[in-house]
Design a protein around this ligand. Structure first.
Ligand SMILES: [Mn+2]
Length: 341
């Protein structure tokens, strides 16, 4: 059992009673959170609810095709409306995150202080149980979109609910959160659900073209630059890092989403089992961590870099110069005992 019948009933009652429902993605949105928000939008719209969608900041353009029919606001550009959406509503659904800080510094307090019922549907570890009212939390699923399928399925008493739109949005989440079915997808159930999605009209080839083959020339050249100029390999340690300064990003006319997936290239080297991508942003330095085999990057990110995530994919950040982040990270790598294979 992924969650109890009581929990489903509780959510069902809340949804039935609500006229207006607000859907929220996490900050720096990815395919899973946007897939879940858009799928939930289409599902609830069919129930004649008024739906408000809050996206904390811009999402990558490769997700435009599933957001085309979804009216939404970007909170970083429309903060007042976003705050209003947290208060003038009957229910708030938080999708693909479980900590109020994940909506970003500007919205966090508003989400915490609103008196509206807050629901989590999420697959990250350690939800903030005291800050939300109804919690669907399950780390054994591939993605929030997979869990969302299960939740809606129960809300509908196992009756068919998939439209082509809902199926496509859920597929995007499952596909992107598993790196196109290469990790976190060892369970039969994931593929059973994907089979349902395909039966409901998902054009797999079309989705893959939209998600993976719509980058700009600049993005491809940025990738080339990362690999030839910005990759440091600590082969004795089984670790590698890639770093990008603000100037590097400017040089390649960086757009949101352009760094997506770059860290994985460092992991593609034989014997490298821990990789980091360090990027200098306007207000902080962001770090993405990935691992293969057994190294736990969630623990590493929590311990050293004010972050977290999953065992094999996590992130963190620091408010210090890029050089000092690289220096510290190099030292931490030096002290690691990798080669856990
Ligand atoms: Mn996710």
């Amino acid at each position: 059992m992924l969650f109890s019948e009581t929990l489903v009933l509780e959510l069902k009652t809340k949804i039935n009673k609500a006229n207006i429902i607000t859907l929220v993605s996490h900050f720096n949105p990815d395919g899973d959170t946007i897939g879940a928000v858009s799928a939930m939008y289409h599902y609830l719209k069919s129930k004649d609810k008024e739906i408000k969608v809050v996206i904390p900041n811009d999402f990558p353009s490769f997700l435009n095709f599933i957001m085309e029919d979804v009216p939404y606001i970007i909170a970083s550009k429309q903060m007042q409306e976003a705050k209003d959406f947290f208060n003038n509503t009957d229910l708030i659904l938080c999708l693909d995150f479980n900590s109020t800080s994940r909506v970003g510094d500007m919205l966090k307090d508003e989400l915490e202080s609103t008196s509206i019922t807050k629901v989590i549907i999420d697959h990250h570890i350690e939800p903030e149980k005291d800050k939300f009212d109804i919690i669907f939390s399950q780390i054994k699923v591939s993605s929030t979109c997979e869990l969302l399928y299960e939740v809606i399925n129960k809300l509908e008493d196992n009756k068919p609910f998939l439209t082509k739109s809902i199926a496509e949005c859920l597929y995007v989440g499952i596909c992107t959160d598993t790196g196109s079915f290469s990790f976190s997808c060892q369970e039969r159930r994931t593929y059973e659900i994907v089979a349902e999605l395909v039966d409901s009209g998902v054009d797999v080839e079309y989705v893959h073209q939209e998600v993976y083959n719509t980058y700009s020339e600049n993005r491809l050249r940025l990738l080339g630059f990362c690999l030839s100029e910005r990759l440091k390999v600590f082969d004795k340690k089984g670790a590698a890092l890639i770093y990008l300064s603000k100037n590097d990003l400017r040089r390649f006319n960086y757009q949101i989403g352009d760094c997506e997936g770059i860290v994985n290239f460092a992991l593609s080297i034989k014997e490298i089992e821990f990789a980091a991508l360090v990027t200098e942003r306007a207000d902080r330095v962001r770090i993405s961590f990935r691992s293969k085999y057994n190294f736990n990057v969630n623990e590493f990110a929590r311990k050293h870099w004010n972050g977290g995530g999953h065992k094999k994919a996590a992130g963190g950040h620091a408010f210090e110069p890029l050089e000092s982040v690289i220096e510290k990270l190099t030292k931490q790598i030096d002290e690691l005992d990798l080669k856990t294979k």
